[in-house]
Design a protein around this ligand. Sequence first.
Ligand code: A2P
Length: 310
Amino acid sequence: MAIARFVTLNSGFKMPTLGFGTFMLKGEKLKEVLDYALFLGYRHIDTAASYENEEEIGQVLSDRVNAGRLNRKDIFITTKVPRTHLKKADVIESAQSSLAKLKTSYVDMLLVHHPWGFIKKENNEMQFEHVDLLETWQGFSTLFKSQKAHSIGVSNFTLEQIDSILKSSDVPPANVQLECHAYFLQNKLKAFCDVHHIAVSAYAPLGAPNRPAPHVQNNENLLEDPLIKEIAKSYKKTPAQVLLNFLLCRGFVVLPKSANKDRIKENLDVLNWTMTTKDYDKIASLDKGIRFFRFLFMRGHPDFFEEEDF
Ligand code: A2P
């Protein structure tokens, strides 16, 4: 099974299949490790307005571009519009703010971060709010048509939510980003996206061992899985490399996160080798339907469907 370095999106643009995840990375630490990741050869950066790190990312990228050490066109930037900004005018405002912070005239991919609308009240309290996702998508289509976003997509959407966009708009989503790893293979959504030529990106591909407290509901540790460790040993690779290589073989874009230089380097060595079909099948049999990011604090939101895959 050869591994593709790029996937061609339904918008015509190419997306690198290995990206650098930046959730929970900020400040000087982010600048240092991102610059190192670019030096090593990462060319796809995944961020979001809500990660509050777009300014640092914009700084690192523009420093490299200004020094002649990087071409903007060789970098793929994904950012996301937060749940407080799902109404059309707010979508545009959020995207403009992201572009300014990222110091760029366009992003390569703009995603609806979550389908669950929120109102931020004056006392900073958050309140659930239903927003018509077709209105949200109109804002995205406007940004796509003006090429402020070369491609647009969604994240954490159910199959029905994606399908309603497909049925209502002349611009289909080019990318769906969701939690995916060997314990949660997302077979249903992946098959659906394949039919509609939508690239699927996996967040938490290593099982998010250091996920934030509200998302810790069990002690499962994918990186410690005996089968993964055994297979890793047989290829002289690490468990993380095996998990990423497996998802790449399965046709996903992978977005591992790390703040550690050795592991950032380690996670890059996943494109030039491949496992046997037998080992691939063994890993595929590990799927236990375990979602690490369950968003239980969304219970009661009219657009949160806990029992559905998303
Ligand atoms: P660290 O930043 O200390 O490297 P995921 O991408 O599935 O959400 O997992 C991210 C977490 O996995 C990060 O907290 C990161 O910690 C850890 N991690 C990233 N790469 C590796 C690796 N190659 N081996 C072990 N842990 C890793």
